[in-house]
Design a protein around this ligand. Structure first.
Ligand SMILES: [Zn+2]
Length: 98
């Protein structure tokens, strides 16, 4: 699956909400950027293949799937309308006065 990102709009360093594995995101984005040609070059500087190279396509596919999962997550969250307030947790619990 192609990601929605392009050379003009690269993926953000911070994982979007609901991404499949947020800890993997920075790795995927780093490799996506490494296998992205600089300027007008259409040859990958890392693997020397004509771009889009095989590695870039793999990373882009992973990012695409992660973003798709994030979208589903955001849609679910929006439909559930879960209150984000945590005011029901008493503040004294975390700071006992001895
Ligand atoms: Zn490459």
């Amino acid at each position: 699956m192609r990601s929605p990102y392009t050379l003009e709009q690269p993926p953000p360093s911070e994982p979007p909400d609901g991404v499949l594995s947020p800890s993997l995101w920075p790795v995927q984005v780093r490799w996506w950027r490494r296998h992205t040609p600089k300027g007008q070059a259409r040859i990958c500087a890392v693997c020397g293949q004509s771009w889009p190279c095989h590695s870039w396509a793999c990373w882009d596919g992973q990012i695409g799937e992660a973003v798709e999962a994030a979208k589903r997550h955001q849609a679910q969250t929006a439909s559930l309308r879960v209150p984000s307030s945590r005011s029901d947790i008493p503040a004294s619990v975390s700071s006992p006065r001895v």
